[in-house]
Design a protein around this ligand. Structure first.
Ligand SMILES: [Zn+2]
Length: 437
């Protein structure tokens, strides 16, 4: 540090800033050392005079608090840039770092030609993200009211499976190498309290038991946990009919009860989707108290009140008798709220997180992954599925390529797992692709 030569130090009304001549190593050292400080500027002796980028420092609310500017600049150019900068901005609340041109890193056209790496097998070698069958979770509906498979009209290719064929549904996924399934149940009876959701022989419990008996640990069984498929009013909890309110705290013990019944049946992962406050804690406690402390919870941690769920309601038979779910699901306009909502779920004991829907919410996927660095599932919902299918039916889009690109985009945004009704088809596409490569 003794070699660092301070050229000038001065106070402005807002900041202290100092100019230094630095060697490469000193630059790197100071870059780390001064990351949290403000208003310090470093000028190098050598280098070309052009800006090369900036790093943004953000606070916990993801608001920009400071920018770290990187310039390649000779000492004279650097000073000119700096003075211009001060002139324009009046005062400085940025860190400005001027340093030598990094070797072989940023060189402009014609030395650098990005297209060089976009040909043939080379393109595969430099690919940053991949989609594999291990990323897929096959979502399907088990219907206690039917003895035959029933096509869902708004979701071509998707059926409700009778309870007697739940194992067949799982086998189709298993045979294609898909590691996990997510089960939704459609019960024969519904009432205001959703009591058909937690019996040992109710639809999901019976389906899980049959599937686990067949596949054991070779297939992960995840159960969706919510009341809306089991209540005659279609809401995700206990309803006060006078106020038309879904009563959060009365709902929590029931969610705990459903979770325990799923775990007892053999579910590997419990996935609560009702967006009740405190639900993860209630479920975690109920599971722990009943000896299921090793059963993970995949929380629908950022579930938006989305119009893209439309076709699912046909499939799950879960329309509602009044209102909608916008009082407990999240406002599509919000992004910071997803961070708060997710943070609470993490603190309450969620093991895995989820963003639902997928494609219209990739910004949320990215933020949640960056912020929490936890296993993250993305739910490609029924509306996303139906849109691609409908456009493909009309010949407007290539179905397979469209699903592939949509799912790859979810991976790029930060997803570790993708829940999709298209899992089986995608597994086949991926197998074909890997044969070709
Ligand atoms: Zn629900």
């Amino acid at each position: 540090m003794s070699k660092v030569c301070s050229i000038i130090s001065l106070w402005t009304t807002n900041n202290l800033f100092s100019f230094y001549f630095l060697s490469n190593l000193q630059h790197i050292f100071l870059l780390f050392l001064l990351k949290s400080e403000r208003g310090l500027f470093f000028i190098s002796k050598k280098g070309a005079a052009r800006a090369s980028g900036c790093a943004v420092e953000r606070n916990e609310k993801n608001r920009e608090t400071a920018k770290l500017h990187f310039f390649h600049a000779g000492s004279l150019n650097a000073k000119v840039i700096l003075y211009l900068y001060i002139l324009i901005h009046g005062h400085i609340d940025y860190q400005l770092l001027l340093f030598e041109k990094p070797k072989g890193r940023i060189i402009m056209f014609p030395q650098t030609r990005m297209r060089r790496l976009r040909y043939g097998k080379l393109k595969n070698m430099v690919r940053e993200n991949t989609l594999t069958v291990n990323d897929l979770i096959y979502a399907f509906f088990v219907d206690e009211t039917t003895s035959e498979k029933v096509e869902v009209s708004s979701m071509p290719g998707v059926s409700r499976w009778p309870l007697s064929k739940a194992v067949d549904a799982a086998r189709e996924a298993y045979d294609l190498g898909i590691p996990a399934v997510l089960i939704f149940g459609i019960p024969k009876t519904k009432n205001a309290e959703g009591t058909s959701s937690y019996g040992d022989d109710d639809v999901v419990q019976a389906a899980v038991r049959a599937i686990k008996a067949e596949f054991g640990n070779d297939l992960i069984v995840i159960t969706d946990l919510c009341m809306c498929e089991y209540t005659d009013h279609g809401h995700c909890g206990i309803v006060n009919f006078e106020t038309h309110d879904v009563v959060n705290d009365l709902t929590l013990p029931i969610l705990g009860k459903i979770a325990v019944s799923h775990a007892k049946a053999g579910a590997d992962i419990i996935a609560p989707s009702g967006m009740m406050d405190g639900m993860i804690e209630a479920i975690r406690s109920a599971l722990d108290e009943n000896g299921f402390e090793n059963t993970p919870i995949m929380s629908y941690s950022s579930k938006y009140a989305s119009v893209f769920y439309g076709p699912f309601r046909d499939a799950a038979d879960s329309g509602f008798c009044f209102g909608d779910r916008s009082e407990y699901q999240m406002d599509p306009a919000n992004s910071d709220e997803a961070i708060r909502e997710t943070e609470l779920d993490v603190l309450e004991g969620a093991d895995m997180l989820m963003v639902k829907p997928g494609l219209p919410y990739l910004d949320i996927v990215y933020r949640i992954k960056q912020e929490f660095g936890m296993p993250l599932a993305v739910y490609q919902v029924s509306g996303e599925y139906a849109m691609i299918k409908a456009a493909a039916e009309k010949g407007w889009l290539d179905e397979e390529k469209c699903f592939y690109e949509a799912m790859l985009s979810m991976k790029r945004a930060g997803a570790d797992m993708i829940i999709t009704y298209y899992a089986k088809e995608m597994a086949k596409i991926l197998t074909e692709k890997s044969k070709k490569n």
